[in-house]
Design a protein around this ligand. Structure first.
Ligand SMILES: Cc1cc2nc3c(=O)[nH]c(=O)nc-3n(C[C@H](O)[C@H](O)[C@H](O)COP(=O)(O)OP(=O)(O)OC[C@H]3O[C@@H](n4cnc5c(N)ncnc54)[C@H](O)[C@@H]3O)c2cc1C
Length: 284
């Protein structure tokens, strides 16, 4: 199918984009990498009268260490994250997750901010940003505000972005020297959306893991932390008994959505398998 007709404006600055959104309200949509939006237009799932192309805004590009955090602009493309030395050093979880996002052609165009703002529960970036304890920088006509990842993802394709606001950047804490990060997912074919995935971080100390953060994707209506399993894992030495207790806690706390091919029980089993793999990697 072809998309319905729409007007198109290339925004010259963030203020220009925000002014257009304020003027046109619900009739306007911003276009970043277009890898999701153009498909939804072609399928006529969305029929905006105006597309505001923010792809050329330099202010929202760039990956830098600034004020003790790794700041990634909303318009940074997936491939730039995959290839960034700063990301590999300070947030290796993202470098590990990037190759799982679709295929190279899509990663060349799709943006970090587009994926975070779209908030697909099967997407990799929301789970990673949640596991890393990231902060989303939102910009409106009245200025900026910061929202923790835990508060940003609010449901299926639903975020804390309010009408007229855009995502400008995401700030991530720099990985500590003793921190380990691990991303893994299970998909039918490489590049497909994950059946289940896990973004995991912890600090490694002697015989145990500290500050364990497990964020699952593709299990619910948003990325999900496994707080009961995390609490057990960081309460003492990481031995077989503790891993078994965490496994039981995870199975009790997760209530996955079934999808077209996998039951909730199958997804729970996959999540538990991913957690055991992640623990081996984090403890190695
Ligand atoms: C075949 C295929 C397979 C894919 N597989 C995966 C996958 O495995 N994992 C995955 O994570 N993604 C996957 N994607 C999606 C891809 O990662 C997209 O790039 C991403 O979801 C959206 O980014 P974008 O820059 O293309 O956004 P766009 O398509 O331009 O926009 C998406 C939505 O976000 C809004 N938006 C964009 N930027 C902003 C902003 N800065 N502030 C506020 N709102 C904004 C737009 O208005 C629109 O509603 C796939 C896409 C395709 C076509």
């Amino acid at each position: 199918m072809k998309s319905p007709a729409f007007d198109y404006v290339r925004a010259e600055s963030p203020q220009h984009a925000l002014a257009l959104l304020a003027q046109h309200g619900d009739e306007a949509r911003v276009l970043a990498g277009g890898q999701t939006l153009l498909a939804t237009l072609n399928m006529r799932l969305s029929q905006p009268a105006l597309l505001v192309d923010i792809g050329g805004l330099q202010a929202w590009r760039g990956i830098e260490v600034q004020g003790g955090v790794l700041r990634i602009g909303a318009l940074v493309r997936h491939v730039e994250i995959e290839e960034s030395a700063l990301v590999a050093r300070h947030a290796p979880l993202l470098a590990q997750a990037a190759p799982h996002i679709a295929h190279r052609a899509i990663r060349n165009l799709g943006t970090f901010g587009g994926a975070l703002a779209y908030a697909d529960p099967a997407a990799e970036w929301p789970a990673c940003v949640l596991a890393l304890g990231g902060t989303l920088v939102l910009q409106g006509t009245q200025g900026e505000r910061r929202v923790a990842a835990a508060d940003f993802f609010q449901g299926l394709y639903t975020t804390a972005l309010q009408e007229g606001e855009l995502l400008a950047a995401c700030e991530l804490p720099l990985a500590a020297a003793d921190e380990r990060q691990h991303f893994s997912e299970l998909a039918r074919r490489h590049g497909d959306y994950a059946i289940a995935g896990l973004a995991a971080c912890a600090r490694r100390a002697a015989d145990r893991l500290l500050d364990v953060r497990l964020a699952f994707l593709s299990l619910g209506d948003r990325p999900l932390r496994a707080s009961a399993a995390e609490a057990i894992l960081q309460a003492g030495p990481l031995d077989d008994a503790r891993i078994a207790a965490a496994d039981a806690a995870l199975r009790a706390e997760l209530v996955p959505f079934a999808d077209l091919t996998h039951s909730a029980a199958a997804k729970t089993q996959l999540a538990a398998t991913l957690m055991r793999r992640a623990l081996r990697a984090l403890a190695a």
